[in-house]
Design a protein around this ligand. Structure first.
Ligand SMILES: Cc1cc2nc3c(=O)[nH]c(=O)nc-3n(C[C@H](O)[C@H](O)[C@H](O)COP(=O)(O)O)c2cc1C
Length: 355
């Protein structure tokens, strides 16, 4: 298997295999482990404060001297209905009391959101070589600042239309995120229905429509799936769910176990936890909120309103009450060091002799 291609050249890596950024799961240790093995580790900092962003980058740099990507959320904060947000807090309060969880109501006047523009300076000062992003396209000024410094830029698309817009905006590569992918959908054309296209369909369509390299994401967990993505025209793959149960992951014990045992039908795409569509294992909170019929405030409002509840559930290892982001192909995710998971992916792919 010849691994060297335009993506290994662009990203200065040995294998065009990317450990997906997974906010809440990925640690500097996971990023460093994959970087040390010759892949691209991705450090997620979406929505974090500039100080926390710097701290995580410096922590990663203290473990590895290899290049790694930093991943941003490039959404804007939308208008929202305070009435819906208060009704949501009423629901969360009642739901928490019924399930022996403590809920702290928040004042809508003091909700604090960090925008990606606040992180740009840190990324530039830290000389980050690769920046990937999701939920949209950075504004022109930010794109120009990154490009001026020769930073490689990777956007996320869930449809061909989004990929074309990203290419026009000047990215170097596009992640084709299929509907089977775990976590948030990167979709950003708000006036259109949510794209629900599988990786297998999306990758070749995108490859035929844009000239920049396409990175396949969603459902990739083994040698055969990596090989299939390359056969479809992808120049790299991005693997998320297969690293969630790894030793370096922040995932709590019952989340890891549920993911490893899940059937392909056990996850769903929901707005319940964050206000943005995301794929996770179905659980009690998701069902209860969807059955309530309440209007769910948009991201990041809902995300902030549910943060306290989710943190407490995670600390108590109660998987029914927090987001269990996972892709459809989560079964068998391994509990072992990320470096070994990465090595397995490479070895399995190399051992295949498919023409
Ligand atoms: C727990 C979790 C968190 C995620 N967080 C992010 C993130 O912070 N930024 C991002 O661009 N994508 C995020 N994603 C999406 C992944 O980058 C990637 O597209 C997806 O995991 C690929 O599909 P797979 O899960 O089937 O491997 C997340 C996915 C998961 C499972």
């Amino acid at each position: 298997m010849e691994w060297k291609n335009e993506m290994t050249g662009l990203l200065k890596i040995i294998y065009p295999v990317i450990q997906a950024p997974m906010l809440g799961v990925t640690t500097p240790e996971m990023v460093a482990a994959v970087a040390e093995r010759g892949g691209l580790g991705s450090l997620p900092v979406g929505g974090l404060s500039p100080d926390r962003t710097r701290e995580l980058i410096q922590k990663t740099k203290s473990i590895t001297g290899k290049p790694f990507a930093v991943n941003l959320f490039v959404n804007e904060v939308p208008e929202y209905s305070r009435e819906d947000a208060e009704a949501m807090q009423d629901f969360l309060e009642k739901f928490s009391a019924e399930n022996q969880l403590v809920f702290e109501r928040q004042s809508l006047d003091t909700l604090r959101f960090y925008n990606y523009r606040e992180q740009v300076e840190v990324l530039i000062a830290e000389n980050i070589p690769v920046i990937s992003f999701t939920f949209g396209i950075p504004d022109e000024e930010t794109m120009a600042a990154f490009r001026q410094r020769d930073i490689s830029l990777v956007g996320t698309a869930t449809s061909v239309k989004e990929a074309v817009l990203l290419e026009k905006a000047g990215v170097d590569a596009v992640v084709a995120q299929g509907i089977e992918a775990g976590g948030h959908r990167g979709s950003f054309l708000d006036d259109e229905p949510l794209p629900q296209v599988s990786t297998f369909v999306l990758v070749p369509e995108m490859v035929s429509r844009i000239s920049k390299p396409v990175i396949a994401a969603g459902g990739i967990k083994s040698g055969v799936t990596i090989k299939a993505a390359f056969q479809l025209g992808a120049k790299a793959v991005q693997v998320g769910t297969a690293f969630i149960a790894s030793n370096e992951s922040l995932a709590f014990p019952s989340y890891k176990t549920a993911l490893q045992k899940a059937q392909v039908t056990d996850s769903a795409v929901t707005r319940a936890y964050s206000g943005r569509w995301a794929r996770g294992l179905r659980n009690q909170f998701m069902d209860a909120l969807e059955e309530s019929g309440l209007n769910i405030p948009p991201y990041p409002i809902q995300n902030i309103l549910t943060t306290g509840l989710r943190q407490k559930a995670q600390q108590a290892d109660r998987k029914e009450f927090t987001n269990l982001w996972a892709g459809q192909a989560s079964a068998g995710a391994e509990s072992r060091p990320s470096a070994e998971i990465f090595d397995r992916l490479i070895a399995e792919t190399a051992a295949l002799h498919i023409v």
